[in-house]
Design a protein around this ligand. Sequence first.
Ligand code: MG
Length: 259
Amino acid sequence: MNKKILTAKATLAALACTLCVNTYAQQYPEPEKMTPGMSEYWTPQPKVVTPGDLCTNSAPSDAIVLFDGKDLSAWESVKGGPAQWTVANGAFTVNKPTGDIQTKQKFESFQLHIEWQVPENITGKSQGRGNSGVFLQGMYEIQILDCYNNETYVNGQTGSVYKQTPPLANAMRKPGEWNVYDIIYTAPVFKEDGTYLYNPRVTVIHNGVVLQNNTAILGTTEYIGFPKVVKHGAGPIILQDHGDPSEPISFRNVWIRPL
Ligand code: MG
C-alpha cells in the first residue's frame, strides 16, 4: 500500500473519530456537577412511632398488643377453644397439661417482644427445667429454658434455634427474675417446588444481648431428626407447654410489630 493511500485512510479514521465524539457529546452531555442534595431522597418519610418506655418495656404506639396484663383474648389453644393458661398479677402462666397456645392472628415477618420468668422454686435439670419456647410462624422454635447454672446441649439452650444453632451467649437471669426477648424475624420465600428461595432468618436479643444474629433457619425445629423444609404461609406465634414436670413458667408484656 502506497504512502498516499495510508495517509488518506488515517485522515478518514481521524474524521470518523471526531464525528463519533461529537455525536456522543450531543447524545450524552457532560453530567451536571454533583451536589450533596443529588444523592438524598426525602419521600416517603418513615412513619412516626412513639417509642415505649424502655424502663418498663412498654409497647410502641404501632404495636399489636398480644398481652396487656389482663386477659388472653388474643390467644387460643392449639388444640382448639380458648387459651386456658392462668392469668394473674399482670402475667400468664403455663397451665399444664392444657397444651400449647397460639395467637389468633397470623404473621409474616415481625418484631416480637415477650418477657418470661422462670419460677424461683424451679426444679429439674437439662431440658426438664423451665422448658418452653416461642414458635415463629408456628414452625420454628426459639428455645426458652432455665439455663442459669443448668447445663444442656448447646443447640437446645435458651435462645437457640432449637436443635440447629446455639446462642452466641448465655444471658440468663436467675430464677424469679424476668427475662426479655426481642425477636426480629424475616419470613421465608419459597420456590414453586416447596424448597426455600430465601430461608427464614432470625435475630434474638435476650436481656439486651444478641444470641442470634440474622441466623438462617434451616427448617422445622425437630426434637428427633433433622430440619424439614415445609412450605407455609403466614403463621401464629405459638408458646410451648413442654410437658416436663418442672414448675411452669410465666409470660408478660407481649407485643408484636409486623414488618
Ligand atoms: Mg422448648
